[in-house]
Design a protein around this ligand. Sequence first.
Ligand code: URA
Length: 245
Amino acid sequence: MQLQDLLYSQGFGTRRVCAGLVQQGLVAVEGMAAVQPSTELTATDGLRFTVQGTPWEYHAKAYLMLHKPAGTECSQKPSAWPSIYTLLAAPLRQRPVKGGQPGVQAIGRLDQDTTGLLLLSDDGQFIHRMASPKHHVPKVYEATTADALTEAQIGRLLAGVVLDDDPKPVRAAAAEAVDTHHLRLTLTEGKYHQVKRMVAAVGNRVTALHRSTIGGLVLPADLAPGQWRWLRPDELQAVRLPGPA
Ligand code: URA
């Protein structure tokens, strides 16, 4: 792949802009200054380069995790809060996507006030598979409740509760009271406000919500709220696993 095409594929602008960056001496590959936009490179995942001094890694497809902070919306066009997309490096939002919107997309949504693990990708098939209700990828939520949890509430969450938009009951794959006001809930579906509505349906209320796990991938303790990073190949495998449910 030519260097200018590689930069274009990673979201550094049009091919012409990318060629200009190289010609102006603003690009280095594996520590070596590059001057020819047409330089042929073997583009393998993890290839390191810098653009205007900013380090970057080549990834044919983007698979990322973000620690979503509270007070952000999972939307490109947010209504009241800043978009989670503003937390990402600019090239991630500009990567060309064949036949689609440029840039990575969040896989599913978390509410404005929910924190925790969110995946993003530009791989349409992966997004579809992960978001599809058919795939039942388990997700673990840590909910703080307004009232002390009771055994009856846990039992009802496991047995299934009816939400207002569907007569078919939804049940938690796992539910445990970690503490008097700390509920750990595993869900394999992703209905709108599902945790909050399930908890309300059993007579309690969620006051804070955090997603800790998707499939077999746990939000790393060293990824601070607002930070993102590339998924490692083993982590990408792990999100497809059945996880702890
Ligand atoms: N369930 C909710 O109620 N909110 C979320 O953000 C995610 C799951």
